[in-house]
Design a protein around this ligand. Structure first.
Ligand code: BGC
Length: 413
């Protein structure tokens, strides 16, 4: 049955978050280490972030009070396994309490097992380039899934494993460009953190067969999660809507295949595919083009093009043949009216896709709180809820109330 907001009655709305971007003091992680290099490429250090690590009870309450129906959060591997093989029950309990509280307040939990950041020790032994990387990841996922079983509704193994490929084909990756020479910063971090013959490789910053390595990690993690819980398992992908400039259809298709399609094909034997979309990118003679000067852009320079979400979802569903969960979509801006209106338009196009028969289970807006936007630090935001970084006081923006009202069926799209 379709409700007045244009989506089926079991469709759910929520907000997405990631540990390192909001928790604060993720001190055993690779990202934290990279932030501390002398020539750091991060505009700011994550530091306290918005202290979600301590303030989650207030934030979960707020999410439910707004009317939202789901919260996506990630488990920080570096907290759970700060030294190789040394697992912290207290930290696992922390995440279990968070998930359990979501359930008490009627929120579905969407749990990401890895949102880019890894333990420093993992990065120091070569990160994902290490031959034992997948075994390491599987061991962590096994412990985390065992501990969280019963409190997870949707499981995401890896967040945007294709992001480096998306960045490589052009138009930028995440959180804007690195503020400085990434190669030099990596060199410095490598000198500081490499262990023996191993080369420090943090997060997604490595060259090689990423598709092969992450596919293996994802599949092993998926089976491990399935051995502990009977919930939908998938991965979430950066699904940029690549569009050809007339005459460059083949070029756009090749680029899309490399950055998105090949990854979506991996989802064919998953339970769902997590779609994350923020913009479209036009592909012409020189590859990905910058948005035309007369086109509106957000604070990261990404074109504001509300149809891109529905286009990405249609594509993901058709390539993977699996149901879609929109695991991220949002706007990088302090102009909250823009955030609301852009989202409204994107959701109208999404509702049209659903009406056409595309299976979409829910929509998670990126992001709940003002966050550490990776390289761009705290100067920009995607947050529905404003956070004062001195007092940590939370204040929902109009877009948060609007989205909550929509979710709670108090308003129309
Ligand atoms: C990531 C988030 C990030 C957002 C905006 C996504 O690719 O998963 O961590 O903040 O994009 O850049």
């Amino acid at each position: 049955m379709t409700e007045h907001h244009g989506f089926p009655s079991d469709f759910f709305f929520g907000a997405a978050t990631a540990g390192h971007q909001i928790e604060g003091n993720n001190v055993s992680s690779d990202c934290w280490a990279l932030e501390q290099t002398p020539d750091t490429v991060f505009k700011h250090r994550s530091a306290d972030a918005v202290d979600f690590y301590n303030r989650w009870p207030e934030d979960v309450r707020l999410t439910a009070d707004l009317g939202l129906q789901a919260l996506r959060f990630s488990v920080e591997w570096a907290r759970v396994e700060p030294e190789p093989g040394q697992f912290s029950t207290a930290q696992l309990d922390h995440y279990r309490r968070l998930a359990a509280r979501c359930h008490e307040l009627g929120l579905r939990t969407v749990v990401t097992f890895n949102h880019w950041t890894t333990p420093l020790w993992f990065a120091a032994e070569g990160g994902w380039t290490n031959a034992r990387a997948v075994d390491r990841f599987e061991r962590y996922v096994d412990r985390a899934a065992e501990h969280l079983a019963g409190e997870v509704d949707w499981a995401i193994t890896l967040n945007e494993p294709n992001v480096a490929t998306v960045a490589a084909v052009g138009g930028g990756g995440v959180g804007g460009a690195a503020a400085g020479d990434l190669g030099e910063a990596l060199e410095q971090a490598t000198r500081r953190h490499s262990v023996g013959a191993n080369v420090f490789r943090p997060m997604m910053l490595w060259d090689g067969d990423q598709l092969g390595r992450y596919t293996e990690a994802h599949r092993r993690a998926r089976e491990t999660i399935r051995s502990h819980m009977d919930v939908p398992v998938g991965w979430s992908l950066a699904c940029v809507d690549y569009q050809p400039v007339p005459g460059f259809e083949d070029r756009a298709e090749a680029l899309r295949r490399q950055a998105v399609t090949a990854w979506l094909e991996v989802s064919r034997d998953d339970d769902f595919v997590g779609v994350q979309n923020y913009t479209r990118r036009l592909v012409g003679a020189d590859g990905v083009q910058k948005p035309a000067p007369d086109r509106p852009v957000d604070a990261l320079g990404w074109e504001l093009y509300p149809r891109s979400l529905a286009n990405a979802v249609r594509d993901a569903a058709s390539v993977s043949g699996r149901p879609v969960l929109v695991t991220e979509h949002g706007v990088c801006t302090y102009d909250d009216t823009l955030r609301r209106e852009h989202t409204r338009h994107a959701l109208r196009h999404l509702a049209a896709a659903v009406a056409d028969g595309v299976e979409v289970r829910g929509y998670l807006h990126w992001t709940l709180l003002d966050e550490f936007e990776w390289f761009s630090g705290y100067d920009v935001t995607f947050g529905l809820v404003e956070v004062d970084r001195q007092t940590f006081a939370r204040r929902p923006r109009g877009s948060a109330t609007w989205l909550g009202d929509l979710a709670a069926r108090r308003t129309r799209l």
